[in-house]
Design a protein around this ligand. Sequence first.
Ligand SMILES: [Ca+2]
Length: 456
Amino acid sequence: MQRRQFLALFAPPLGPPPPNIVLILADDLGWSDLGCYGADLHETPRLDRLARQSLRFTHALSAAPVCSPTRASLLTGKHPARLGITIWHEGAIDPPTNRPLLPAPSEPNLAHAEITLAEVLQQAGYSTALIGKWHLGVTSHYPETQGFEVNIGGTHWGAPASYFHPYRGPSSKEIRFVPGLQLGEPGEYLTDRLTTEALRTIDSFAARRKPFFLYLAHHAPHTPIAAKPELLAKYEQKLTPGLAHKNPAYAAMVESFDQSVGRVLDHLRIRALDQNTIFIVTSDNGGYLPVTNNAPLRSGKGSLYEGGLRVPLIIHWPNVTTPNSVSAEPVVSTDLFPFLCAAARVPIPPGATDGLNLLPLLRNPAARLPRENLFFHYPHYYPTTTPVSALRSRNWKLLEYFEDNHLELYNLAKDPTETTNLADQDPTRARALRDQLHKWRESVNARLPIPNPNKP
Ligand SMILES: [Ca+2]
């Protein structure tokens, strides 16, 4: 079925009004960056309180270890490998040619033919807004072409040049800026400003008496690492030897993110919108090294070790989620698509089948989803990795590195830090998992790296 045919099937659902959806996505926020996930330097009182009122996932994984593929997957319900988007825009158009492998080709733009969550919800009568980071293609592929009625700040760039107004830098290569925020005050901070825009948007949407989908995709705490002076001073004072987290400016950025979440929550409550709003906070990939530290998890952004994939995920849905509940079920960002379609009572588009509805876990955090395997595919280079695929099968994790095809096998229950490679001790299991990984790659037409003919 073509995109237009599918969307033409829609009519706003009957019955009580479907819930508003507020999805707050942090950029590069690591698994252990929040207080409720064990951070020692960073203070995140609002997220900690939200977690106490919500369902918190301890094994939520990003669909990819870098920005754009996870964002594309979250918005389409398809695996990044199926979309052919396995690295960010700039990485797709300018891959390295001096490494042993030539990385797999990756689409630099999210194709118009893909049906996004915003399009599905818009067709069902939702008002839709993207505020903050887009990073899914050039101007012709901006949020407005994918179902977002409002776009404040979304561009093809992955990060602003500056976190301070006017949010552009003196770069000689390109002038990065954040469209929609031209009027502002000196000293104004991007995380605060995007939040203000989000609150304004909530008010304008709420006045329509229709449900809304707000996708607040913060740039924080992605580089450039830049903090508000008063918070920076606080963390410089607080920093003591022996802490896992050691970067006061990053800590301040995380707290600014926390304040943003608090402002949105307060605003929803003051406007009496909180009771019919699904509120989600998560991140697009693991924490960026060495700016943060994902301990006890191994490695960070770019890598398919847990530090590159594991992210915070908190879901609050009044009368559905149980306060202070925790799920250890492995879930992935792709699951948000079918979950939110179901919550909004709209059909899932054909082909958007790589995720599972999370509702059973919301109702019973001890439940298991009918899924044994999660797959990851990063056929690219990054400072933390060479091209690699991985399979997580409950407590077992297999990684296959493309440069030499070596396998690594970890038992995450006994070895959560992925320290002891069991591939040689348990070759039968390693081969069986590798075969499943290969079968999956074929099933989604995953693109593979190839030997670099110009490299000995
Ligand atoms: Ca990111």
